[in-house]
Structures are given as C-alpha cells and as structure tokens.
Design a protein around this ligand. Sequence first.
Ligand code: AMP
Length: 295
Amino acid sequence: MRLILLGPPGSGKGTQAQRLVQRFGIIQLSTGDMLRAAVAAQTPVGIKAQGIMASGGLVPDEIVIGIISDRLDQPDAANGFILDGFPRTVPQAEALDELLKKKQMRLDSVIELRVNESVLLQRVETRVAEMRSRGEAVRADDTPEVLTNRLASYRALTEPLIHYYSERRKLLTVDGMMSIEHVTQEIGRILSAIGAAEAKASQKKSATKRIAKASKKSGKKGAKPAAKAAKSGAARKGTKAAGKGARAARKGKAGKKASRGAKKAARKAPSGSRARGAGKAKKAAKKVTKKRAKA
Ligand code: AMP
C-alpha cells in the first residue's frame, strides 16, 4: 500500500498516518519530522530549513525531493509507505511521479482530509496545550501567527494538488471534521472498497482471459463467439460493478456507496461470473453449432 495524506496543518494527517502504519504495517514518511530531525542535528539541510520552517514557509522543492528520494531507496520502504506532508507543491508531485516510475512503484491513493479552516487554529491550540501538559517540547511553528502563514502556503501551493490527483483518478476525500475514530473508520472503509473493487476487476480480467484461452485451445470454430460472450456478459458486469465501487470512493462518497459498489462487485465477481460467463459461452457455442448443422 502506497498512500499520500493531503490536508492543511492541523487536519489530522499525522494521527491518521500513525493509525494506518499500525493497520497495514507500512512506514510513515513525514518530511516535517525529517526536517525537524535535520534542524535538531544541525545538518547543512537543517541549517537551511530552520528559518523557513520557523516562519511557516516551504523549504525549497529540491531539498525535500532529495530527502524523499533517499528515503524511498531504503529497504523498509519496499513494503509500502504513507507520505505525510509530501508532496506539498505541484513540482514536488511531478518529481514524485518520476521517482516512483524509476523505482517501479505504483501510488495507490491520495487521501485528502478536508477540514473547515476555522477549526484549525483551535486544534493547534489544543495540541500545544496537550503537549505542554505532557511536558513535551512545543513546535516553534505552532503559534497563531505562523499557522496563518502555513495555511496561506497550503492554500497557494498545496491545494492545487487536489486537482492534480483528482485528474489522475487517485484522489479520495474524507471529511476530516469527524472525530478521529470516525475518520479512521472512513479511511479504512474506502481503502477496503478500493482494494475489493480492484481485486475483483483483476479477477474478472483473468477469468475472461482463461475462458478465451480455453476456447482458443479447443480449436473449435465456435470459440470466438464463446469467448466474446463470456467477455461481454458476466466479465464486463463484474468490472463495471467494481469500477462503480472505486469511483464512488474516489468521488468522496466514501462510505456507503463505495462499500455498496464493492459488495456488488464481490457478489458478481469470482464464482458467479465464471459460472455465468461459462454458461453464456456454452450457449453461444451451441448456437453456432446448430446454425452450422442446418447449413
Ligand atoms: P509539517 O510537520 O508537515 O507541518 O511540516 C513542518 C514544516 O516543514 C512546514 O511548515 C515546512 O516549512 C516544512 N516542510 C515539511 N514538508 C515540506 C515539503 N514537502 N515541502 C516544503 N516544506 C516542507
């Protein structure tokens, strides 16, 4: 599973990323955490990033792209990852596309946590108060003034990514105003819906291929219509239903519609479709034989 979490500061990306890490056993790659570590260690990158981060601006693209490229090469990224806070600009997204292509990795989905800006300030204030009460160090950029700049950066440079990934049919939108638990459930549900839908679609494809192959092998003249019938009938139905599930999820109608689509796909998919597909194929083959006998 390879995911991107997209959302303004305070939208809950970090919290949800940690939950996804536990659920899927994949790693969380947060450019913010990596940059903070670099600042703490006073590496050359950290020294460059320090002032920019403190003011709520964005660190130059080439720095974060370099960090992510190195990190994706490490063995623990092979199982999958959740990108949290990256990409944050269109050039970063384009660079990521290139990197993944080179590394022969496929991005599964981009989950956008959509929140009402008015609650963000309050959320950050709560986070700061909680950290203080636990005796933890508070982030230098967690102040109302810096948050205003971070939100402005998000609006101007990061929000265009919603369109970028929506065009590439990767975007899933979740209502980030719900409770943490509900957001987690919703993300889980859409990821399952997409997983189920895609699995069924690929099962359909291989079932169709198998039938076509079997017909070809038999060498009968009725083979072509038989395979065609199988393809146009049950197989297409299953793929359509699977597509419906994925589309519903992508449209952000995450919950019910998506799982309904996926369930429909599951119902129509493996055994049923193969049986129906084979039935149609047989009928078509019989018709051809009858016609030929008459002639
Ligand atoms: P975050 O922890 O994701 O809120 O990031 C904290 C800060 O690190 C941001 O306000 C930026 O200054 C910097 N940063 C993190 N990720 C990126 C990125 N992908 N591109 C540019 N700057 C970033």
